[in-house]
Design a protein around this ligand. Sequence first.
Ligand code: CTP
Length: 411
Amino acid sequence: MKQEPIKRIVPVNRIILGITGGIAAYKAAEFARLLIKQGVEVQVVMTEAACHFITPATMQALTGRPVLVNQWDATPNGMAHIATSRAADAIVIAPASADFIAKLTHGLADDLLSTLCLARNCPLIVAPAMNREMWLNAATQRNVKQLVADGVQVLGPDSGVQACGEEGMGRMLEAAELARDVGRVLTRHSDSVGLKPDLRGQKIIITAGPTYEAIDAVRGITNRSSGKMGYAIAQAALELGAEVTLISGPTAQPKPQGAQCVDVQSAEQMFDAVKQHLSGCAIFIGVAAVADYRVAQPSVQKIKKSAAPLTLELVPNPDILAYVANLPNPPFCVGFAAESENLAEYAEAKRRAKKLPLLVGNLAQQAIGSDDNELILFDDSGRQTLPRADKLTLARQLMQRIAQRNQGVLK
Ligand code: CTP
């Protein structure tokens, strides 16, 4: 079953969405939803005034994260303003009230949102929303001019009928327009500071999860692979701007937003799907725990029990990774090896046998089903350990290595 990818227009991973007091706060809910759909992590920070217009509970439910309001709330190090702003790639204030714009202009820091704007080291984007007279007031115009001069991006406002019944400039941009414009601003920013996602536009195929080889109508042979590592790698590749096709056996993992997901059951189906999507593929990463054998003649009907012993004949499955790596003009191929003993020896032997530039080894008993892992990377120059960490952290480190290799930074 195919799932069409959602086009990612916002090129960053973590955004602080600041909501200040104004009727347009309801648009922030839709804006947050659009960002999340694209795989952006959204941390909402609201002012006290904003809570009169939309509840933190709504924003928490939409983003799946507790909303921050009070700067005096307990945080692990008591430094919510620093920690929160450091973890963000950008801060977007939508809606930005006249009062909040004035605060930003003068560097006031008397609540959590204004404090973390002052403490930021990332781009700040504001989407003003207010009554037209407030917008046209000389003080507001002066403040906005100063913000622009300070390097803050101001998006909107738009003109039209306002919540107060008056008509004119001051309406906040609609959520979809805001998402599009925020995407443009951040793309320009990342280009100007040289933070280009390394894999932008590169097509990557990732196989993940176990395969399921039918014995009969209801039984089959599978393994305990959870798919966590393959899905984390897909997420990390998306974060670097790659076009990801994730071909997965049965797992309970949520689909990474922005990836083209192809669900399969058996090794043969996985092989077919890989061949079907290979055209234009720059990088192939085989993370799936593909069953080495399948039942020669699976029964269409459920096999009935009898007193006689039952023998299943198993025949080898195609080796998908070896097929791709041995094509005349192969993509950059990365394999995984889960070993229960002699990791280095077996992993390096597998790498050579399949002619892989890079093989990732891990200990099966530590890796399968668990949330964290330790990886050892084997390539022509030797080996490198990525110390124990959660699978997404490891996936990000691995994808950075692969992106550097792909760009010829590492030889
Ligand atoms: N692989 C594949 N197709 C297969 C088998 C494995 O694409 N039919 C890929 C896996 O996705 C992984 C690597 O090959 O990247 C694992 O290599 P393999 O030698 O098959 O590992 P094991 O099956 O674990 O081998 P063994 O059972 O001999 O240890």
